[in-house]
Ligand binder design. Structure first.
Ligand code: ADP
Ligand code: MG
Length: 373
């Protein structure tokens, strides 16, 4: 999606990813002999250096990258890296990220470091109470790395699931809604917010996003924007950031986590906003004027297409059906392998009202592969 946005602006993009048929490489052919894509892992230092030698600005779409190498190429290859490697370093360790947010007076759930032992988790449960959320500090995504501990009889199971991971614990937040705000930050540190959206997770993975989030509390969106922008301002470097938050019953907002990159809760911006999260990411890291972040439709929703099995054909059939739904835009990512729970694409639906969004989503949700009826 970033590559598609770049091609409209005539920006040459060189992509580092495993395999010549990686999704982004399917979108953009190399633009010059010195700008051929790199086949390799984004955690391989040599491959990152090979990429850095070909570009003026380097950005990432995942935070689980080698930050030492990003710092090195920034100084030795004369490449601008966005967001700043220091920002990625803070974010890629969720415990460190929470400490950072707390030190900037941002509201977060109570949390503690935990020794990955029966005694360590028992001690955390004594302090935070049960249920609690055990989280891997590093390499977590799409709920992989989280474990909800409801009672101590499940301790061994928690340790088995999170085996050999550095852990911390958070109080389980009794949120009424999960909300998110995409924030774009310029090289000079200005921030601009997209609308507040509601995110609905299933098994810890984003399932649906509704834009905009409607609330009877007229101040809520202003408060959410203020917190999200303050969180992003506390970090350095340019680009788009996704700020995930919990809304509590009393109206309080807590920051869950920040993604230093285009984010699933911002996919809707492609069809629903004046400027997509991808285009504004490019504009920010290239110091171009930032585009309007306003909605250009009254209502929008995004439905993730997760693999229901190893069989991509059921998602393809579903996507074909989605083409018959008014206002629906289908995105299939071109990933080589379909696996259960893997994000394979998404569908954005736009409409003139929330009621029309519900009506358009209903037949999609009824037919979504993997949905038990
Ligand atoms: P990931 O890196 O997988 O996105 P998150 O920390 O955002 O990990 O957790 C995924 C989901 O798990 C959240 O969107 C939310 O639904 C749930 N979750 C995470 N932390 C908590 C918490 N402390 N209390 C309640 N639910 C939580
Ligand atoms: Mg998350």
């Amino acid at each position: 999606m970033l590559a598609a946005s770049a091609s409209l602006l005539n920006i040459s993009v060189v992509i580092l990813d495993v395999g010549a048929q990686a999704p982004a490489k399917q979108v953009l052919a190399p633009t010059a002999p010195h700008r051929t894509h790199v086949d390799g892992s984004f955690s391989n230092p040599e491959k990152i250096k090979e990429l850095a030698a070909k570009v003026d600005v380097l950005t990432v779409e995942i935070e689980h990258v080698n930050v030492d190498v990003l710092e090195e190429v920034q100084s030795t290859h004369n490449v601008e890296v966005h967001p700043a490697p220091s920002t990625i370093r803070i974010i890629q360790d969720k415990f460190h990220q929470k400490e950072h947010l707390q030190s900037h007076a941002l509201p977060v759930a109570p949390f503690l470091p935990v020794e990955p032992t029966i005694q360590g988790i028992t001690d955390a449960a004594t302090i935070l109470g049960l249920p609690l959320m055990l989280k891997s500090k590093t390499l977590a995504y799409d709920g992989r790395g989280n474990f909800v501990l409801r009672d101590l009889s499940n301790l061994q199971n928690a340790l088995d699931v999170l085996s050999n991971r550095p852990l911390y614990a958070e109080k389980l937040v009794p949120f009424v809604k999960e909300i998110a705000v995409m924030v774009v930050r310029t090289t000079s540190g200005h921030t601009y917010s997209y609308p507040v959206v509601e995110t609905v997770h299933k098994d810890n993975i984003c399932h649906l996003v509704f834009a905009p989030f409607r609330s009877r509390d007229a101040e809520l969106s202003q408060r959410a924007h203020k917190i999200a922008e303050a969180a992003v301002k506390s970090l350095s470097g340019a680009g788009i950031f996704g700020v995930e938050m919990f809304l509590l019953g009393d109206g309080q907002i807590l920051v869950n986590e920040i993604a230093p990159r285009p984010h699933n809760s911002g996919h809707y911006t492609i069809e629903a906003c004046e400027t997509s999260q991808y285009e504004n990411h490019l504009r920010a890291i290239l110091s171009f004027p930032i585009g309007s972040t306003a909605l250009k439709v009254p209502s929008a929703a995004m439905l993730n297409l997760l693999g229901a099995s190893n069989d991509l054909s059921e998602l393809i059939d579903f996507a074909k059906y989605a083409l018959s739904v008014p206002g629906a835009s289908v995105h299939l990512y071109g990933k080589a392998e379909c696996r259960k729970g893997r994000k394979m694409g998404h569908i954005t639906v736009t409409a003139d009202s929330d009621a029309e969004i519900s009506a358009r989503l209903r037949p999609l949700l009824q037919r979504l592969p993997g949905t038990s009826t």
